[in-house]
Write a protein that binds this ligand. Structure first.
Ligand SMILES: [Zn+2]
Length: 201
């Protein structure tokens, strides 16, 4: 996306509608400084503002993001480009969450085992060992919950029987036996329970 071009186009559209930066800001509920930042190409207006601008100026959001009015053919091209960019962003975010959850999982396992093992190695009194075991149980449960929340919406699972892609329920997800890339889940389409492979998009 060419921010400068978008900004210039926004300024052109505003002038074409005989609005000052102040007047436009007032209509949209933002300051004239914000409008000026958009038009200088410093910031991209947020989605809800793009929607308002597109209605106000009678252009599509696609055209706003392209920084020009588009004919039918170019329009289609650009639409596909933005959908592709959006998909890529989502897939990247999903991968990031997956990596974070793997790190959290490793740290959880390490912390849990360290707390159980240390007092035993140091021949600590029984009460201290019990506290450590309880503590490590809490750490493990917390760590697993964080991982579940992080990974449940990171991508979908694919049924090996019918190829259906689906997002499992939280309950199935938590209690399903799993490896790093597969999880035992019931397919909502063919109802068969099997190891489904994780797909990031
Ligand atoms: Zn299936």
């Amino acid at each position: 996306m060419d921010m400068q071009k978008i900004g210039k186009f926004l300024a052109e559209l505003r002038k074409g509608n005989n609005l000052t930066q102040d007047e436009l800001g007032e209509r949209l509920g933002v300051t004239n400084k914000t409008v000026s930042r958009w038009e200088n190409g410093n910031y991209l207006p947020p989605v809800e503002m793009l929607q308002l601008l597109s209605r106000l100026y009678d252009v599509s959001i696609n055209e706003l993001l392209s920084g020009a009015r588009l004919n039918d053919e170019r329009y289609k091209e650009k639409a596909e480009e933005y959908i592709a960019v959006d998909l890529m962003k989502k897939s990247k975010a999903a991968k990031k969450r997956l990596i974070i959850s793997i790190i959290v999982a490793c740290m959880t396992i390490l912390a849990g085992t360290a707390i159980i093992l240390l007092p035993a190695l140091l021949s600590a009194p029984i009460w201290l060992r019990i506290i450590c075991i309880a503590l490590s149980a809490v750490i493990i449960v917390l760590g697993i919950s964080v991982c579940c929340v992080l990974t449940i919406d990171a991508g979908v699972y694919e049924c090996p029987n019918c190829g259906e892609k689906f997002v499992p329920s939280m309950k199935d997800f938590i209690f399903g036996a799993h490896t790093f890339t597969k999880r035992k889940l019931r397919c909502p389409k063919c109802r068969k329970k099997s190891y489904c492979k994780k797909r990031l998009n």
